[in-house]
Design a protein around this ligand. Structure first.
Ligand code: ATP
Length: 139
């Protein structure tokens, strides 16, 4: 079975959407393998978002992601990496399908692509890399 690293970003956390996101994960049949509430350091985020270093949205993204608590979750289940990305919906909440987390809860104003409620790993390699950042010591 796969594992994926899910983050409920500071906007989702502040809006009280943690429970709603966890409910969708559980309803889909994925298990929660680890869960933690923390305010990420810039160092963790530099590692997490290394592939985006240098892009125009990188600095604002790191500032936003370190602005308050997030819920980090390791989920577990058959094909949960692709499955969670389906649950999350398109990166841009304005384009995300209704029924998806971003489609249902994402906002169309402000900086919606940055403040898109959740993150989910995009491959088994990313999942392993990201889980090591957010849950050092988890096997
Ligand atoms: P995630 O990895 O968070 O599920 P994603 O894989 O759909 O999202 P990426 O292209 O990997 O999106 O970008 C990672 C994150 O960077 C996005 O979730 C979003 O918060 C932010 N981001 C990406 N592109 C932009 C942009 N053009 N403007 C602002 N923020 C952006």
């Amino acid at each position: 079975t796969e594992r994926s690293l899910v983050l409920i970003k500071p906007d989702g956390f502040a809006r009280g959407l943690t429970g709603a996101v966890l409910e969708r994960i559980e309803r889909k049949g994925y298990r929660l393998a680890a869960l933690s509430v923390l305010t990420p350091t810039r160092e963790m985020l530099a590692e997490h978002y290394a592939e985006h270093d240098g892009k125009p949205f990188y600095e604002p993204l790191v500032a936003f992601m370190s602005s308050g608590p997030v819920t980090a979750v390791v989920i577990e289940g058959e094909q949960c990496i692709a499955g969670f990305r389906s649950l999350a919906g398109a990166t841009d909440p304005t384009k995300a399908a209704p029924g998806s987390i971003r489609g249902d809860f994402g906002r169309d104003w402000g900086n919606p692509v940055q403040e898109n409620i959740v993150h989910g790993s995009d491959s088994p390699q990313s999942a392993a890399r990201e889980i090591a950042i957010w849950f050092p010591g988890l096997g």
